[in-house]
Design a protein around this ligand. Structure first.
Ligand code: THU
Length: 137
């Protein structure tokens, strides 16, 4: 286990595991849960919701972000995040979710996910070092 996985992240993982029970994944059977700790102290969770068109599927991380903004508004900031799955699979957040997290997460926020040798964690800025941004002149 990564030594940076502290009690707070373990609690977030447990929240993510609980929400993964609600996953709607009839096409992949890959059941994912995400938990976000916000800077206001609230924890918000989300799970993956698949669609027969496949492309319309929403990942757990993005479901959690949408839930967080819906509940607390556009000023939310994510202080820590955990993603788990119920398939015992090593699985970091996908690229699309990293890009969407970039919108709301603090660069130093730890992000934890299941790796081959237990949970791994990295500061978000190392998980997505060069996020797309639009700086118009
Ligand atoms: N999935 C997530 O929920 N999060 C990710 O970061 C990657 C993939 C979901 C989408 C789909 O329902 C299933 O996992 C298989 O790709």
């Amino acid at each position: 286990m990564d030594p940076r996985v502290d009690a707070g992240l373990l609690h977030l993982m447990e929240c993510a595991r609980q929400v993964a029970q609600h996953s709607y994944a009839p096409y992949s059977n890959f059941r994912v849960g995400a938990a976000l700790e916000l800077t206001n102290g609230e924890i918000v969770t989300g799970t993956n919701v698949e669609n027969v068109s496949l492309g319309l599927t929403i990942c757990a991380e993005r479901a959690a972000l949408v839930q967080a903004v819906s509940r607390f508004g556009p000023e939310i900031r994510v202080a820590a995040a955990a993603v788990v799955n119920l398939n015992q699979a090593a699985s970091p957040p996908c690229g699309a979710c990293r890009q969407m997290m970039a919108e709301f997460i603090l660069p130093e926020a730890p992000v934890a996910w299941p790796a081959a040798d237990g949970m791994r964690t990295l500061p978000f800025s190392e998980l997505l070092p060069l996020a797309f941004e639009m700086k118009l002149k």
